[in-house]
Design a protein. Structure first.
Length: 323
């Protein structure tokens, strides 16, 4: 018997992607990211980009010849104008093809695509992206948040510092390259409050340091400091839960230095570290489609009237019946 396939559309911020996914593989995928020439992401400009390009990327996925049994879309969290553009397209497709509509939590999708691609079962998750920095793990039917940022996400912090250096968005990968050339560590604020984190003061101090030190040294110090904070709270969650797996997800998770630090921590604790293939760290349609498939199998579909987007949609609001 042929398993179900789901068309997923992701467009919470600057990435726009569509994919058709089944239980066994990604059948089709297409993307067209919005890259601002200068500055950060302007929500209305990103939404206009998505409106201009959503038809061709969905068409490209459909031209693969594979059908689908439901349409899933990123319902939140994210930038409101971008979310509404994607939701409108998903509703239209669900109505036109007479298939169920599924709203997917973007954060949960990062976790599920990581579990799918790595084979880990019940991990502590470090989810680090532009707007989000959270440590989560499954308990009693939901992903519970053990710690998170109190101000800005680590990805936004890196991108803002990158713009201060004159780097084009996204700044994180460019900072990673510059950090490899750093030779001296510069003290920066290290702010861990229990299980929560704060990055804004560290970022401001890094901007001041950039006026006195080489950009390579500042990028190196910024990464080492921020990533040590993230590893500390992840280790504390691992000790608290008694679990034996750590999974990293989200765009910042592609940073190899962060992966090395997490792997070292896991080795010290006798745990196993998991990182999905690089293509699944950034926002992608496959993660929305796969999570939508899990929801479809458990009857978690939406009526059109109940499909409003939620820019502040938290992962611990979502029931997880498949675990």
């Amino acid at each position: 018997m042929q398993s179900s396939r789901v068309l997923g559309i992701e467009g919470t911020a600057w990435s726009l992607s569509a994919a058709i996914v089944g239980r066994d593989k990604v059948y089709a995928e297409a993307s067209h990211p919005y890259i601002p020439e200068t500055g950060g992401i302007h929500p209305m400009m990103a939404a206009q980009h998505h409106a201009n390009h959503i038809y061709p990327i969905v068409r490209q996925a459909l031209d693969s010849g594979y059908g689908f049994d439901a349409v899933a879309f990123s319902q939140g969290p994210g930038l409101g104008p971008c979310l509404r553009t994607v939701a409108t397209a998903a509703r239209a497709l669900a109505l036109a093809y007479e298939v169920p509509l599924i709203g997917v939590n973007h954060c949960v999708a990062h976790i599920e695509v990581g579990r799918w691609q790595t084979g880990c079962r019940d991990p502590v998750v470090l989810y680090v992206s532009g707007a989000n920095s959270q440590v989560l793990s499954y308990r009693r039917g939901r992903y519970r948040i053990f710690g998170e940022t109190l101000d800005i996400g680590i990805g936004n912090a890196l991108d803002k510092f990158g713009r201060h250096l004159g780097l084009q968005h996204p700044g994180g990968p460019k900072i990673e390259v510059l950090a490899k050339g750093g030779k001296g560590y510069i003290d920066l604020p290290y702010v861990v409050k229990g299980m929560d984190l704060s990055f804004s003061g560290m970022m401001s101090a890094a901007k001041e340091a950039a006026a006195k030190h080489s950009k390579e040294d500042v990028c190196f110090s910024l990464q080492e400091n921020a990533f040590a904070m993230l590893v500390e709270v992840t280790e504390r969650a691992l000790a608290h839960t008694g679990k034996g797996e750590v999974l990293i997800g989200g765009g910042v998770g592609a940073n190899l230095r962060l992966q090395v630090m997490l792997d070292a921590m896991c080795n010290d604790r006798g745990a196993r570290f998991y990182a999905p293939p690089r293509r699944y760290f950034g926002d992608n349609g496959a993660m929305i489609a796969y999570t939508g498939l899990l929801q479809l199998e458990h009857g978690m579909t939406l009526d059109i009237a109940d499909s409003a987007v939620n820019p502040t949609f938290r992962p611990d609001e979502v029931d997880i019946p498949w675990l």
